[in-house]
Design a protein. Structure first.
Length: 447
């Protein structure tokens, strides 16, 4: 009973000087929770003594845990450029600064300055996208999965969509093409086999209820050996002959020639075919923000805009502004303004120089070595293909590699283990982070 009577009163406890600069409502809520727990623990005899200053420290800790940002800045030392778990593509700081004034002020997102009437948000970005891609129109939604769903729901609800069995993909987060089709109201018509699909398979599958011929990018796997698939150019031509819609879900389509002999669908090449519709991601090989970019014929884009689902899938002013910055950079051939592209094209000599800089900053007793390695681009791009890179192998006496990986993770540096060695891959380490890397290695070695 004495302990129960010793529990501080709520109003007196929240008046503690340590809480003066804190949000009063949250302090009140946390105080009630904390003192209630204390009361229950005393009654159950889990607590036989307590100190009020310890309660103050506990409340301050709970307050900090609740109010500190959940998202944290990390150093990506995995070498995977489009790392889905680490936020995919980086945004150029200068590009972000250029749009800062725009998004922190009122703007003409849906206002036509010439007529003084309501405008359309998508028209703001269409000029740069259409100039670059040579398309009739463009529509931006919140990701490529949304683009797929919107297109299927608009043009194939209660109708048939012909797709090769070899392209019925499942990507991260259990996104499956057959399931998306089902949810959109479209009926899937599978053609061909897992490893071989022929032009005649598409021809024979077309019926009275067929609305669309669809091709899907194999984003996270490849089919090798005795295999074949129908080129999109053939699908476009067949769709025109049969008065159908052709659609290519490109996933991670790119807008520039890839290095290291990588073979990935090019949006620019496929737009020359004058397709009905294409869609691809903004935050993969385009190197911009998360978005689903739909391009193609104006009459189909107009129909997509009339779908009521678009209001649930549309993007905001920040996404549009940053996406336009990326398209302009590509249009003006300033690839260095897009971090994803810059990392992809960075030479091995430059990566090796960065690794040497870190090595030279370290204390003499730390064992490291610079090695040539290979890494993935990531993000559902170039499946099963690697690109060369340079890494620093870090060894610390009496610390096993998994423990070493965890210690670096605690310092917000995410590396990788390869052949039972811990690597820091410089393909994805920014030059502004070299000193942070060196400091972390020194600190871990001193433990």
């Amino acid at each position: 009973m004495f302990l129960l009577k010793s529990i501080p009163k709520v109003d007196k406890f929240i008046a503690h000087k340590e809480f003066k600069a804190l949000g009063s409502s949250l302090v009140m809520s946390l105080t009630k929770e904390l003192l209630s727990e204390l009361r229950e623990n005393i009654l159950s005899e889990k607590v036989t003594a307590f100190d009020e200053e310890d309660l103050v420290k506990e409340l301050l800790q709970r307050y900090e845990d609740l109010t500190q940002p959940s998202l944290q800045t990390l150093i990506n030392a995995t070498g995977i450029i489009v790392h889905t778990n680490l936020g995919r593509s980086l945004i150029d700081p200068d590009a972000f600064d250029r749009v800062k004034d725009l998004v922190t002020n009122y703007n003409n997102l849906e206002f036509d300055l010439e007529s003084g009437k309501r405008g359309e948000r998508y028209s703001l970005i269409s000029k740069s996208v259409c100039s670059l891609l040579g398309c009739e129109d463009v529509l931006i939604v919140n990701n490529n999965a949304s683009a797929v769903f919107l297109i299927l729901n608009t043009f194939a609800k209660k109708k048939e969509v012909v797709v090769s069995r070899g392209e019925l993909v499942e990507i991260g987060g259990s996104f499956r093409v057959p399931d998306v089709m089902k949810q959109s109201g479209a009926k899937l018509v599978e053609v061909g086999t897992t490893n071989k699909t022929h032009f005649r398979d598409y021809e024979n599958a077309i019926g009275k209820k067929t609305s669309m011929l669809m091709k899907v990018h194999k984003s996270n796997y490849s089919i090798e050996g005795f295999s074949s698939e129908v080129e999109f150019s053939e699908i476009v031509e067949l769709a025109k002959q049969r008065d159908l819609i052709d659609y290519y879900d490109m996933g991670s389509g790119h807008l520039f020639d890839l290095p290291y002999g990588l073979d990935e669908p090019s949006v620019l090449d496929y737009m020359k075919l004058e397709p009905s519709l294409l869609s691809f991601s903004g935050d993969k090989l385009l190197g911009s923000v998360q978005a689903g970019i739909i391009v193609g014929k104006k009459k189909y884009i107009e129909m997509l805009k009339k779908n009521q689902l678009l209001r649930m899938l549309r993007v905001d002013k920040l996404t549009l502004a940053l996406l336009e910055e990326s398209f302009k950079a590509i249009l003006l051939e300033k690839k260095e303004q897009i971090p994803t592209i810059k990392m992809l094209f960075c030479s091995l000599d430059e990566l090796r120089d960065d690794a040497m800089q870190v090595q030279q900053k370290l204390k003499k007793n730390i064992k490291t070595k610079i090695v040539d390695t290979k890494t993935l681009i990531g993000g559902g791009t170039t499946p099963n293909k690697t690109i060369p890179s340079v890494a620093l192998v870090v060894e610390v006496k009496n610390i096993k590699v998994k423990k070493l990986q965890k210690l670096f993770r605690q310092k917000s540096i995410i590396g990788r283990i390869e052949d039972d060695e811990f690597l820091l891959d410089f393909r994805t380490i920014q030059k502004t982070q070299l000193q942070n890397i060196a400091d972390a290695i020194d600190e871990i070695a001193d433990v």
